[in-house]
Design a protein. Structure first.
Length: 599
């Protein structure tokens, strides 16, 4: 489906926006507000038609608890764009409904559909102008959960001690893309379970449905392994380890909220900690100096160096056991096996590799990576215990330097470089892709360099050149390779499928915003993730275009400002986007008075 398809037409109609103080995020594909006045809300009673479903009933209990404990008052309301100079405040007058909505009827067509890629997530909500019952329909459990998170945003305080829905409303909703995700990295810095749960809570509220968990990296191995207990000797501490039960707890928590968890074990690059505890002979250049200051001796893109010995048969024995054990825990049909940023200089310290090259002068590093693909992919295919398993890898394995000569087309490639160019290259070649273009979606960008003993920061004037880059620190990227910071507006306005044919566009499974953790831990993860990830949520759920084909980023402004406040109210430590004045005075903080400036 093309990103530019027109969705949410009724949301963008001026009457729909003006009729109420708040509209949900992500914007539904179709929402029609009535005009007969507010409906008082009680809604404690849940009638679930069809087979019993504890996931649905538990989800409603959580939603109802949030509704009744928060008595939410919209913090950022919308005003008619043509008259926004009036600067209305966000304080609602007392508005009582004449009759009470006191029950929810939910009809789920297929309560047994598993939470896997492509499951139907559609739903409808009908809040009538008369009567006492809100009706929800969904084809699966997971659509019903989305209906509840929408309803949570619609039920607000009447400013007189009660609750209301501002107007009767009819919603018919379904996502544009089946894969809508974020990535957390627990290899560079450890993230505790409560903070992982917090990210899942934000995902559920914004209808993101995939948590990509980059479990480890060369710096640490935090995952307890029965097959190789020694691997956690390379955890940061005994208190920074995920037990098997911890992993299962995260999976259960996520599933209950409609979120899939896809694990990643990065290999053969980014692989030192943990692996070297199994057998030092399966890791090349481990604990060498990474030699960023002497490029001919360069062994790693960042410390700590170490990559799997691709030519050592023992490597594949270890890979099989680790992958098989984790596949028994992570039951999603997708499993990410890395494949990015192989540093050729690392293998200059590998006897087995240098001898292999010396034995045949025509061999290249592409051939070495092909050896990895030819030997590792069959292990991944045959050792998961899941007949529906599909691998994910970073795009490097297929199109970077070096890359394998042939990568199976059934491997999903996650693209992070060169924006639309790489998306086009991969989809044109027949690959399914997940879009994570660093220039739009990387949430760790723009915070400056993190390596120390860096003399480039000591330059007190802006010379013609510092290491070939005249703007390293003065007006340049400040040491962050992917600067600048990715604002919510940049994320939302990314038309990543605009240059694709319909066939190529059909191969885009969705999007994902990674947050690499070199500069993130429990203290910062939520503020760096939220609410920017909510812009990604709407982009992938209902798109960024209105019925006229133009960007609706201006209409998103008040929704995302309000949603940030709602995240905070629900315990997600989201960062502020603007001064509160901007919340209370719609469009007063726009750069352009002309609302057509963004087209």
């Amino acid at each position: 489906m093309r990103l530019t398809q027109v969705l949410a037409a009724s949301l963008c109609a001026s009457g729909a926006v003006q009729a109420v103080a708040v509209n949900p995020l992500p914007a539904p594909t179709s929402i029609t507000w009535g005009t007969s006045g507010p409906r008082a809300f009680n809604g404690r009673n849940l009638a679930l038609n069809g087979a019993p479903n504890h996931v649905v009933s538990d989800a409603w209990d959580r939603a109802y608890s949030a509704i009744t404990s928060l008595h939410w008052v919209p913090q950022a309301t919308e005003a008619p764009i043509a008259t926004y100079a009036v600067f209305p405040t966000g304080t609602a007058a007392k508005r009582r409904g004449t009759t009470t909505l006191n029950s929810i009827t939910v009809q789920v067509a297929d309560s047994k559909a598993p939470l896997q890629h492509g499951v139907d997530e559609s739903y409808t909500i009908n809040v009538p102008s008369t009567g006492q019952v809100i009706t929800i329909t969904a084809n699966t459990t997971w659509g019903a959960l989305h209906a509840f998170t929408t309803l949570q945003q619609l039920v607000i305080s009447d400013n007189d001690g009660g609750l209301m829905i501002e107007q009767p409303v009819s919603i018919s909703d379904a996502p544009m893309y089946p894969y809508r995700g974020i990535m957390i990295d627990t290899g560079r810095n450890f993230i505790t379970l409560p903070k992982i749960y917090e990210q899942i809570d934000g995902m559920a509220l914004s209808k993101l449905n995939v948590l990509h968990w980059h479990l480890d990296d060369s710096q640490s191995w935090p995952v307890q392994m029965a097959s190789y207990p020694s691997m956690t000797k390379d955890a940061y501490s005994a208190n920074e380890i995920y037990t098997t039960n911890n992993l299962k707890d995260v999976l259960n928590y996520a599933t209950a909220r409609g979120v899939r968890v896809i694990p990643e074990v990065d290999m053969p690059g980014h692989a030192s900690s943990g692996w070297k505890q199994i057998d030092p002979s399966i890791v090349a250049c481990a604990d060498s100096w990474w030699s960023n200051d002497n490029w001919p001796l360069h062994t790693a893109v960042e410390p700590n160096p170490g990559q799997l010995e691709i030519l050592n048969p023992k490597t594949y024995t270890a890979v099989q056991k680790v992958y098989s054990e984790l596949s028994g825990i992570f039951t999603d049909n997708f499993f990410h096996v890395g494949g990015d940023e192989l540093q050729t200089g690392c293998y200059n310290l590998s006897t087995i590799t240098t001898e292999w090259f010396a034995a045949n002068a025509s061999r290249t590093y592409n051939d070495l990576l092909q050896h990895w693909v030819d030997n590792a992919v069959p292990i991944f295919a045959n050792s998961s215990g899941n007949p529906n398993r599909q691998l994910m890898m970073w795009e490097d394995i297929a199109i970077s330097t070096p890359h394998a000569n042939t990568v199976p087309k059934n491997i999903i490639l996650q693209t992070w470089n060169n924006g639309p160019t790489n998306i086009k290259t991969l989809t044109e070649a027949g690959y399914q892709v997940i879009v994570s273009s660093s220039d739009w979606f990387y949430l760790d960008c723009g915070f400056g360099g993190w390596v120390s003993n860096d003399p480039r920061y000591d330059v007190q004037v802006n010379p013609d050149a510092v290491d070939g880059n005249p703007n390293f620190n003065w007006g340049g990227n400040g040491g962050s390779w992917c600067a600048p910071y990715k604002t919510w507006q940049r994320i939302y306005d990314y038309d990543f499928a605009s240059n694709l044919t319909s066939t190529e566009a059909s191969r885009v499974l969705g999007v994902e915003a990674p947050l690499w953790s070199e500069q993130s831990d429990d203290t910062t993860i939520s503020s760096k993730m939220w609410p920017r990830a909510a812009a990604l949520a709407e982009l992938s759920w209902s798109g960024n275009k209105g019925p006229n084909g133009k960007s609706r980023v201006t209409l998103l402004t008040q929704r995302i400002l309000n949603f940030r406040e709602y995240l905070v109210a629900n315990g997600v430590a989201a960062a502020p986007l603007m001064p509160k004045y901007c919340l209370q005075h719609p469009h007063a903080c726009d750069l352009y008075y002309d609302q057509g400036a963004v087209a």
